[in-house]
Design a protein around this ligand. Sequence first.
Ligand code: HEM
Length: 491
Amino acid sequence: MSSTIPNFVCALILYRQFLHPLSGIAGPFLAGLMGQWRNWYYFNGQWHDVILDLHEKYGRVVRIAPNELSIVDAKTVRQLYGHGTKAEKTHWYATWDIPDTAAGLFATRDVKEHSFLRRRVSAAFSMSSILKFEPYIQGCFDLLFEKMRKYSGQVVNMSEWTNAVAYDIVGELAYGEQLGHLRTETDVMGLRQAILDGFYVMANFGHLGGLGRLLSTKAMAKLTSALGVRNAFGDFRQWSVDKVRARRERASEGERHDMLRHFLNMKDISGDPASDGEVLIEAMNIIGAGADTTAIGMRACLYYVCTHPRVYHRLQKELDDYFAGRPYQGGISYNEARRLAYLNAVISEATRLHPSIIYQLLRKAPEKMTVDGHTIPRGTAVGISPRAQNRDPAIWGEDANEFRPERWLEDEEKTRYFESVNMTFGGNGPRMCIGRNIALVELFKYMAQLLYRFDVELVDPARPWHVQTVWFAYQHDMFVRVTERTKRPSA
Ligand code: HEM
């Protein structure tokens, strides 16, 4: 008996190192032995650096856990995340199944079920639907810029302000009201911190045999309440339940046709009205998936512009020239901002280099695959990290790590190719980001109006922010000085 455990461990080590189907694929020695190697780096929040080092050191296919590979490869992007892919999300996503709701768009693994869920919400995410809400989105930006005027000449924490505006916007879209983050200048209900903490726990516990799910059970809620620990996520959930119930009871006439109304009108698979749980999961998804991600994108754009004076001036000139012939009334519409070529290039380039989601987007290999000369068995957990893929010199060139917006303006054919392999929004297939239109509207309006109305400088260019990766790469403490512009060279 005493020798059984050591024997088993030795046999497991030998198997994983020499006989396992992935044993021929390079990677850190410990990663080939246990998933805890990868988990350790996930937990310490530095995966945005680790994933780049791994591919630099071990090549295009890296074994990051006994049964898991990280890949950088354009053909694999199409195979796993392109049009018509049949690749299924892995069991890691089960960590996002919220108990007592229903199958949700983001976490559902089954391809057919997902396709049903996606079809029934897609109209709510179309650009024409989103643009109907543009006045409400603009309302949030007006409030943001009013606050920036209040603090003109002073240092503000842009990490907090971008999050505040992004949360208020998704509140408008999903629930028909701002959540009050801008107005009160606080983290209402502790929601932002709760969601950030929730992502940290759930994304990292996803690899620990479903422990992440345990944390969102009723039993855990009871335990935390007995221990006197505040459960902000639970409060938000209850707030959402109340909203769904209240709207269900209210007649729809005369009310704003927001996303919640769309979800309330959905049918289930048998054609009956969707349950409260189905409505709840989609409404909560929007807050969870749509606020931090977009705020991260805003900060990425501002950071790269502020650290590249040449780009800063060229972009500000484009905006000044645009507004020179038009009075600045009510901001700038998305459709107008979209026509500003340099602004487009800046946003594509900044979100390429700092995509909001950094972890590999895990899929089961849909068939036997060959990548960079390695054979990967069907069903293996494989994933591409948007950050690693978006810096692949084979695609982006030898200056892949450089911020150079011009690369998007040089050659139309090349730009189309870049767009087809860009992983910022998770590819171009059935699981790509459904909220991309919302994110783009926000990013364009934020950058155009902020830089037209204010001068912005990083307080400490040597330490512009502090990045912590919790599945998405969150930038904390981005301190900038904002100063309202009174004179414009071309005005
Ligand atoms: C810059 C902002 C954003 C970025 C970079 C981004 C990125 C992504 C990525 C990479 C995925 C694929 C995730 C995976 O395969 O695991 C995804 C999926 C998703 N995103 Fe976004 N996202 C952004 C904004 C938004 C917004 C504003 C919303 C909604 C309001 C949203 C809702 C979703 C949903 C529901 C999914 C799951 C789609 C599905 O599986 O069918 N995202 N996003």
